[in-house]
Ligand binder design. Structure first.
Ligand code: HEM
Length: 411
């Protein structure tokens, strides 16, 4: 697949001369080629956002990691008017999600503490049989179809949504509604449609919270209701916003990883053969897919709360900062031969789940889902292959997460 056109950029100069961001991936599983050119000029470069503002793009692992860790200097406060956004549709994200992603300090920590117990490695281990059951059912259903089949529609989208419903304790019957709205928030072509999707999802969840109070069980929503809502610590809307954060944090991300992950394995048959011969390589393969694909590259944004110098560049209070996990995860000083997909490499320290106080809350769950999906898929359908040439696979462009619209496969 041909890569995006190459141009050289100066790090400084008039704002209109700065490269516009985000850049487009030429190949679905490689970061834009412009990242390498910018990185050659240093760890930080200035880029121009859609609304004409500039922001710092951080392309090196060391600097990105340090800045992720320093949440006091590099804030996630979505209410700050200087907070950078990458598209018009992201303007109203705080209205639906600010209860977690968009908070700083003690308020953020207290919200995180409310959810953390359900996401520990131990809790996720207990969910594995349920996830396996869901994966088996969906793959059995997939095999009933006449190929070619869209892997995203039959597996990538329903699997995480069923798993999240079970985790939260909400009915799967309405899954189409929240899959559509979670997708709408992340992919709407304009602000109006993103707002509509967000408001409908929030309204729906407010009703779910209301109804759930008569059917409490051993699930996350029941815990939030008894321990936080009934104690007066959170309102119904705040509980619902936490659920939106979990739905959009856990749905589209996992769908993207299933689609792009399957594509990457199919396009690297030597690596897939290694995995088939030795299923013990599965956890390492998932970790390498996380590093290699870095699908949440466009989500890790911050705003500087004070003047600070990083790698010789002065960042001013109020400057937007983009911590590129895709660029950092291809830093050759940390990962040898970083553009090679190698399921046996050490991926230690990759930043695909972020780092520091906002590090992905669902990382254990994501790993379990992906290990089970890829392990089961390639075991049960050993002849699985792409039904179209790589060039014809439809990539998402201009969306909040990297991924594919569809992935036609055959066997
Ligand atoms: C499948 C691949 C996934 C990727 C690549 C991913 C990536 C990320 C990243 C990079 C962050 C940090 C954002 C930042 O620093 O601003 C994050 C945060 C978060 N993720 Fe994930 N995630 C994934 C799956 C999940 C799942 C399965 C869930 C839950 C069901 C989840 C829930 C969250 C939540 C709630 C946060 C916000 C944490 C906070 O702000 O304290 N994620 N994720």
């Amino acid at each position: 697949m041909s890569d995006a056109p190459t141009t050289t950029h100066r790090a400084h100069g008039a704002p209109e001369e700065r490269p516009s961001y985000p850049m487009r991936r030429g190949c679905p599983y490689h970061p834009p080629t412009e990242y390498t050119q910018l990185d050659e000029q240093g760890p930080l470069s200035q880029v121009r956002l859609y609304d004409g503002r500039t922001a710092w793009l951080v392309t090196r692992h060391h600097e990105a990691r340090e800045m992720f860790a320093d949440a006091a200097l590099f804030s996630s406060d979505h209410d700050n008017p200087a907070f950078p956004i990458l598209a018009e549709r992201e303007k109203n994200f705080p209205e639906f999600t600010q209860e977690l992603f968009g908070l700083d300090g003690e308020r953020h920590r207290s919200r995180r503490r409310m959810l953390l117990p359900r996401f520990t490695a131990k809790q996720v281990e207990r969910m594995r049989p349920m996830i396996q059951e869901v994966a088996d059912e969906l793959i059995t259903e997939l095999l009933r179809h006449e190929p070619p089949v869209d892997l995203i529609a039959v597996l990538g989208r329903p699997l995480p949504s069923r798993v999240i419903c079970r985790l939260l304790g909400i009915s799967y019957e309405e899954h189409e509604l929240f899959e559509r709205h979670a997708q709408g928030i992340m992919q709407a072509p304009d602000l109006q449609q993103a707002v509509l999707a967000g408001r409908e999802l929030l309204d729906y969840l407010v009703q779910v919270v209301e109804a759930k109070q008569d059917h409490l069980a051993d699930d996350m929503l029941s815990t939030l209701i008894t321990e936080r809502l009934h104690t007066g610590e959170l309102t119904g809307t705040e509980v619902s916003k936490l659920m939106v954060a979990l739905l959009i944090g856990g749905q589209e991300t996992t769908t993207s990883m299933i689609g792009l992950g399957a594509l990457t394995l199919l396009e690297h048959p030597d690596q897939l053969a290694l995995l088939r011969d030795d299923p013990a390589l599965l956890p390492g393969a998932v970790e390498e897919l996380m590093r290699f694909l870095s699908i949440a590259d466009l989500t890790t944004l911050r705003v500087a709360t004070d003047d600070v110098t990083v790698a010789g560049q002065t960042i001013r209070k109020g400057d937007g900062v983009i911590l590129s996990t895709a660029a950092a995860n291809r830093d050759g000083t940390v990962f040898e031969d970083p553009d090679t997909f190698d399921i046996r490499r050490s991926t230690q320290g990759h930043l695909a789940f972020g780092h520091g106080p906002h590090r992905c809350l669902g990382e254990n769950l994501a790993r379990a889902e992906l290990e089970i999906v890829f392990g089961t898929l390639f075991r049960r359908i050993p002849t699985l292959e792409l039904a179209v040439p790589l060039e014809e696979v439809s990539m998402k462009v201009g969306m909040t997460l990297e991924g594919l619209h569809t992935l036609p496969v055959t066997w």
